[in-house]
Ligand binder design. Sequence first.
Ligand SMILES: *[C@@H]1O[C@H](CO)[C@@H](O)[C@H](O)[C@H]1NC(C)=O
Ligand SMILES: *[C@@H]1O[C@H](CO)[C@@H](O)[C@H](O)[C@H]1NC(C)=O
Length: 357
Amino acid sequence: MLGLLVLALASFAPLAAEARAFFVFGDSLVDNGNNNYLATTARADSPPYGIDYPTRRPTGRFSNGLNIPDLISEAIGTESPLPYLSPELEGERLLAGANFASAGIGILNDTGIQFLNIIRMYKQLEYFQQYQQRVSGLIGAEQTQRLVNGALVLMTVGGNDFVNNYYLVPFSARSRQFSLPDYVVYLISEYRKLLMRVYELGARRVLVTGTGPMGCVPAEIAMRGRNGQCSVELQRAASLYNPQLIEMINGLNSQLGSDVFTAANAYDMSMDFINNPRAFGFVTSKIACCGQGPYNGIGLCTELSNLCPNREIYAFWDPFHPSERANRIIVRQILTGTTEYMHPLNLSTIMLLDSKT
Ligand SMILES: *[C@@H]1O[C@H](CO)[C@@H](O)[C@H](O)[C@H]1NC(C)=O
Ligand SMILES: *[C@@H]1O[C@H](CO)[C@@H](O)[C@H](O)[C@H]1NC(C)=O
């Protein structure tokens, strides 16, 4: 009798616990392999990408190892969701969520056009809708809505609208159309529409990362920085954009009467280790581990590039993307950071609040 009961409990336990689904939208900072399935030049599916991943193989993540969604999943005790385009994402596995992110995309449709075939934000949201139809076929519409309402969502987009659009070439179309302050206002208004759409599609807990210190990545130090300093212009762009993003999110939350959106201050989280790399165990924050030219900041990270032997002591893995170790520092702040970093709530507070409802 007791044996049967234990057996019954054991087989229902995973269902009862109902791990929270996790959905990811955005660009290369959070893409975990969608671009592998596309005819695009924005890809990370060859060595040495993935050199420190558990399989030691490239996966499409723009990291030596784990990326931010992986580490958030690790922290909240779930499996990192599969890329939406992965053929393995079917059946039960759909219930853990999905990653819709695609390297190269931005808030605007015209961002990243040089990468050809990428999944722009409107398309990521269409896929989210399609995902929900597929899951409805498995567990019904009502349970699907519960799953989506109860999920955690991560949105990481915006950096490419500067780096791969406004500042991509001198006299770019967008820079002739807009002054920088006007462009930022336009981006924020377009981003607001995307966030409202995510809400309409059922998301109720959304982490929204601002842009990192775009001027301080090795690529920009190499191309635009003077004497190894961060690019002043790109830092100005980030310092205009990030406060307006927070303001927009505050507005959305008060309009919705609920803290649906949380702004993650990726800028300050990164500037901590950029300003003081040694305090975080890095030997440098200016030189990428993998790359070539000044600061290893020129071109792509490939098998022919310089490669540092120890990725633990580099803040940047390639000319644009943080190393796994730097991603861990960022995710620690997402989890437990003060309101300077996480506004209005950090993820551990969110998890605590949501476990009570
Ligand atoms: C982006 O393109 C899609 C599809 O053509 C369109 O529906 C959407 O309105 C566009 N977004 C913007 C901001 O222009
Ligand atoms: C963030 O998380 C930490 C640790 O869980 C907690 O002590 C702190 O009060 C939180 N901060 C905010 C602003 O919610």
